[in-house]
Design a protein around this ligand. Structure first.
Ligand SMILES: *Cc1c(COP(=O)(O)O)cnc(C)c1O
Length: 450
């Protein structure tokens, strides 16, 4: 029998996260205070984050221990399986070997609990009682709801209004785990009220929901804020994915030539990719490719400069590839990839040529998703399907060139709560949005200069 599923035992689970800041040729420029434009200090961040996470945010220690309580919860679904995509390879007629790490086995169906669990743990340790956060399509909100529930923290989620109306199942998931969910913009914050005054039918955006959650956390006692991507500590927590994958690839005696992940804020790409970029920095020949939507082409078309993480300008300035913080991308189905910027760590590595990037339109992405579902059986999340488009194209290139490369990708989540997107694709209702050049130019032109 051909080996298809490569599993590790619970005992082989990584016990430390890998911090790429110990090895990067150039560290990202520091976050700057939105008022003074000076580097932010720990005290600036302590209004909304616990000190343990602030320390991880700036740490240059290569290995950081995963707390015992976090390991225990991880073990509910970790180590996650690695699969060899024999059937997809055969369907493509490619000499390439394709492997995928399946993060859809978590209780919320994506990689996001890898960071929501430690974030809830460190907040609980710091005596925090309540977490305010945002969610787009609901993946992050449900992961935080789960984590809050497990550690006894109240969780309030500001959910982008269009998703709140269109995607009831993730809202119900969050409520099942005990979270309170509000459509954003809401009347509960100044940022929300202001947006509603300007337009009572405001459909909301991720950047606006972040403004609401940050304001909530900054103005209420015993409440902290929590972010599901972008920040250094989030990328750090996600490295369990790549560390496990390295052991699993070793078990079958393979090493990837190409690693592919979809990129919304950059955290799942960081998770699978950073441990391998460590090898690359020390001379190994491995390519890491970020795949993003053509309608929100942050790395491929954005500018590398300081920008806010949210619409209202409450967060520090972060050094990122950005399309402008008030750019609102078209309503593609991959809600998790509709963010105007990317993680500073991913951006710096891209800038230094250690990560490559590609952008695809959504119809080609769904074509790939269907081909995957019909060969490998798992129905991928629309976000993940971007990575799969990239994988299939690389595998077809191998076929053309007669090269037997090894490709590894991160199957960041399943799509069982995103079936409307599949219905729309199969009904021929999905269209490709042109690259919104004018809107991006406009949003970039409004950014402050330094
Ligand atoms: C949130 C999400 C993403 C995008 O976020 P990253 O930080 O770029 O990983 C990708 N895939 C799934 C399944 C998600 O839920």
């Amino acid at each position: 029998m051909k080996e298809t599923k490569i599993t590790l035992s619970e005992k082989e689970m990584p016990t430390r996260w890998y911090n790429i800041m110990a090895d990067m040729p150039n560290l990202p420029k520091p976050p700057l205070h939105p008022g003074t434009k000076q580097p932010v200090g720990p005290e600036d961040l302590s209004a909304i984050f616990p000190m343990a996470l602030i320390e991880q945010e700036v740490s240059q220690e290569r290995w950081i221990d995963i707390p015992e309580e976090v390991l225990e919860i991880y073990s509910l679904w970790r180590p996650s399986p690695l699969y060899r995509a024999h059937r997809l390879e055969k369907a493509l007629g490619t000499p390439a070997k394709i492997y995928y790490k399946y993060e859809g086995v978590s209780p919320t169906g994506s990689h996001k609990p890898n960071t929501s669990i430690p974030q809830a743990y460190y907040n609980k340790q710091a005596g925090i009682k309540r977490i305010a956060t945002e969610t787009g399509a609901g993946q992050w909100g449900s992961s935080m709801a789960l984590a809050g529930n497990l550690f006894g923290l109240d969780v309030t989620v500001y959910m982008v209004k269009v998703s709140y109306d269109q995607k009831p199942y993730r809202r119900i998931t969050m409520e099942t785990w005990g979270a309170s969910v509000h459509a954003s913009p809401s009347e509960l914050t100044q940022a929300g009220k202001k947006a509603l005054e300007a337009d009572p039918n405001n459909p909301g955006s991720l950047g606006l929901a972040i403004s609401e959650a940050v304001e909530d956390a900054a103005t209420k006692d015993e409440t902290n804020y929590s972010l599901g991507s972008v920040l250094n500590h989030v990328c750090l927590h996600q490295t369990v994915i790549g560390l496990e994958a390295q052991k699993q690839m070793e078990m079958v005696g393979d090493y990837p030539d190409i690693i592919i992940g979809c990129c919304g804020g950059g955290s799942n790409l960081a998770g699978i990719g950073f441990p391998y970029i460590r090898d690359k920095i020390s001379g190994k020949d491995v390519r890491v490719i970020a795949v993003e939507p053509s309608s929100c082409p942050t790395l491929t078309k954005g500018e590398f400069r300081y920008d806010f993480g949210d619409v209202a300008g409450l967060t520090p300035f972060l050094m990122m590839y950005t399309l402008g913080h008030d750019f609102i991308p078209p309503g593609i189905h991959a809600g998790g990839l509709r963010y105007h910027a990317d993680a500073p760590l991913v951006c710096q590595l891209y800038h230094d040529g250690l990560i490559e990037a590609k952008a695809y339109h959504q119809t080609g992405v769904f074509e790939a998703a269907l081909q995957f579902a019909r060969t490998e059986a798992i129905i991928p999340a629309p976000e993940t399907a971007h990575a799969i488009r990239g994988v299939i194209d690389e595998a077809l290139l191998c076929k053309e060139e007669g090269k037997e490369k090894t490709i590894l990708f991160n199957l960041s989540g399943h799509g069982y709560l995103d079936l409307q997107a599949y219905a729309d694709y199969m009904d021929g209702k999905l269209s490709d949005y042109e690259y919104p050049e004018e809107k991006i130019k406009d949003a970039l032109s409004k950014l402050p200069t330094f």
